[in-house]
Ligand binder design. Structure first.
Ligand SMILES: O=C(O)CCC(=O)C(=O)O
Length: 292
């Protein structure tokens, strides 16, 4: 396993809840993925698009209940930046500068992202971590963090959105460009996967009218201070492994540089995947095996 994690890396992931690995993929790989993402943005049909904004963090009500979002689990769909549209849904910037993210089945439907997500280096890392028996990729996204208008992603734990019993979600987050404090790099609260329980989950409402959060605990959990988060600038070619329970966030991009990343999340295939989780494959199709 050429890219197997060392014991020190595994210990670091266990301690912090995330692991930054630089020079994991080449600048050419990053350029290929950026070109594939750009082609998708250039070619989707804007006229038939419902102009769904992807609300980044605090104002999640904006997109809940949105059919376009809820049916995106096994499709490639396009979500706009808050500030890219006027109240009538007209674009205020060119389409290449308007998309917040694409999701959620790039790893299935786009050949470039499919190859990258299941290549041997990725498999080596996941296999050597030893946390999964049957890891399944359940969603993938490109997040663009557009220059000047790229929205912040508020503090969250991925298992809130990708809930399994027992918890098993893990993100692999790939820097397709240099990510810096100026253009909206990631911040983590080290060790929070062990100290801050996942206290809610994001579900479809039983009446089909949209989504909501349901509490998993009896008492409110105090949000840890944001000053305690550690800023993690990541050069192009970096992968970050993100434990599903670790608190993380990213800042706004007010700079003139974009910050494109690709990410996908795995869950344990043997864990229970609740039927009311927001993300579902149509017809209950199984999620993509990562190792076979
Ligand atoms: O890339 C970002 O800005 C946020 C990504 C993130 O939080 C996630 O994938 O869980």
């Amino acid at each position: 396993m050429a890219h197997a994690l060392s014991q020190a890396q595994k210990d670091s992931f266990d301690r912090d809840g995330y692991l930054v690995i630089r020079d994991f993929f080449s600048a050419e790989d990053a350029a290929r993925l950026r070109a594939a993402a750009a082609a998708l943005v250039d070619n989707f049909d804007l006229d038939s698009h419902p102009k769904t904004k992807f609300s980044t963090g605090e104002e999640q009500d904006e997109h809940v209940g949105d059919k376009y979002f809820l049916e995106s689990g096994d499709k490639i769909r396009f979500f706009f930046e808050e500030k890219s549209l006027d109240a009538k849904g007209n674009l205020l910037v060119p389409r290449t500068r308007a998309i917040n993210k694409i999701g959620h089945a790039l790893h299935v439907l786009d050949p470039v992202f499919k190859e990258f997500s299941t290549r041997s280096s990725v498999r080596d890392v996941v296999r050597s971590l030893g946390a999964f028996e049957d890891p399944r990729i359940l969603q993938s996204m490109v997040i663009f963090k557009q220059p000047e208008i790229g929205g912040r992603v508020g503090p969250h734990q991925d298992s809130t959105f990708l809930y399994t019993k027992p918890l098993s979600a893990m993100g692999l987050w790939f820097a397709l460009e240099d990510c810096t404090p100026e253009n909206g790099c990631m911040y983590f609260l080290p060790g929070s996967h062990k100290t801050v329980p996942v206290s809610r989950r994001f579900v479809r409402k039983p009446d089909g009218s949209g989504t909501t959060f349901v509490s998993l605990v009896d008492e409110d959990i105090q949000d840890p201070p944001e000053e305690d988060y550690v800023c993690e600038p990541t050069p192009v070619g970096t992968v970050v492994l993100i434990h599903g329970s670790v608190l993380h966030k990213s800042s706004q991009n007010l700079s003139s540089k974009s910050r494109w990343i690709y990410t996908f999340h795995c869950i344990e295939g043997r864990a229970e995947y609740p039927k009311d989780n927001w993300l579902q494959n149509a017809d209950g199709k199984p999620f993509t095996p990562l190792l076979t």
